[in-house]
Design a protein around this ligand. Structure first.
Ligand SMILES: [Zn+2]
Ligand SMILES: [Zn+2]
Length: 311
């Protein structure tokens, strides 16, 4: 008896079928376009106004992902009014990392099923898988995790951005940075290549590092049962998202860096929005609860050390 044909992800990759394994939509935006941009950059003279614009736009679109996609929509760490939600949805589209809805579904599954087969960027499948391959190769639908997204489906901004994602990604990811540099100081090519494609490519890679490197590199002051780690390097390139051990332990806290000296511009941006009444109900775990988590982890380490000396 012949059973149902196995899904492509269950078939070995061969010369004949490799193109069917590839998710071409993701591959276009995170591999092919960035690769073309890197080649074009060699032939694009650098102009200072374009470089400054690219850095500013990196922050703008990046905050769309960190303050919007991640801390607002994936974790509901605060509430945002309509104007801020529209701003974050448009800014986040410019980072070209998928729609809010798609991104948040994957991210909620990652938190719920960390380091298991149902974790879309499961660290145990290797650094390259958690960094890139999970988006490049079609996943096995058997591993699809169930997550509650009724709140996302009920948010008209999320649904509008999801339906119009391709147009918004091209508009805010490529067209806006090009037009700004072209109309502003006549650098159309630099606008497209530097402020558009290279800026998008660098922030994509920085965010992907939170899925890969932040589960490999750094300290585990709160919990060492799973892979997430705190590291200043991943925090620096992603506006504070690198304090990942804390974040996995306290995901509904609007902060990732809890100390005043930790680099967490996303937290500062949300706090400033709250001062201007654009955001409200910023959630924080109580300091003694957080300290208790730190002390328990320290105690666990001490117990292990004592046990090893007693042998
Ligand atoms: Zn993680
Ligand atoms: Zn998260």
């Amino acid at each position: 008896m012949i059973g149902p044909k196995p899904h492509i992800s269950e078939q070995p990759i061969t010369i004949r079928n490799w193109h069917r394994h590839v998710d071409w939509f993701n591959t276009t935006f995170i591999i092919i376009v960035p690769l073309c941009g890197c080649i074009a950059a060699i032939f694009t003279p650098l102009r200072w106004p374009t470089v400054i614009w690219a850095v500013l736009y990196y922050f703008w679109t990046g905050l769309g992902v960190t303050a919007g996609y991640h801390r607002l929509w994936s974790h509901r760490t605060y509430e945002a009014g309509l104007s801020l939600r529209i701003f974050l949805a448009c800014a986040g589209s410019g980072a070209v990392e998928g729609s809010i809805r798609w991104w948040s579904i994957k991210h909620r599954a990652h938190h719920r099923w960390t380091d298991t087969e149902k974790d879309p960027y499961n660290t145990r499948q290797g650094l390259l898988h958690s960094h890139l391959l999970w988006m490049i190769l079609k996943p096995n639908p058997k591993n699809n995790a169930r997550t509650d997204i009724s709140d996302l489906n009920a948010d008209p901004v999320v649904m509008w951005q999801h339906r119009n994602y391709t147009k918004l990604a091209i508009g805010f990811g490529l067209v806006l940075p090009t037009v700004m540099a072209g109309v502003g100081w006549g650098d159309w090519k630099g606008g497209l290549v530097i402020a558009g494609i290279l800026r998008m490519f660098l922030f994509q890679q920085a965010t992907f590092c939170v899925n890969s490197l932040a589960h490999w590199l750094g300290d585990q002051p709160f919990d060492d049962r799973n892979s997430p780690r705190d590291h200043i390097l991943t925090a620096l390139v992603t506006f504070g998202e690198g304090y990942h051990n804390f974040h996995h332990e306290f995901p509904s806290d609007y902060r990732n860096g809890i100390e005043w000296w930790q680099y967490d511009p996303t937290k500062w941006a949300i706090w400033i929005c709250a001062r201007f009444r654009l955001a409200s109900n910023l959630k924080r775990f109580r300091t003694n609860e957080i300290e208790m988590g730190r002390v328990q982890q320290l105690q666990k380490r001490l117990d292990h050390r004592a046990a090893s000396l007693g042998r």
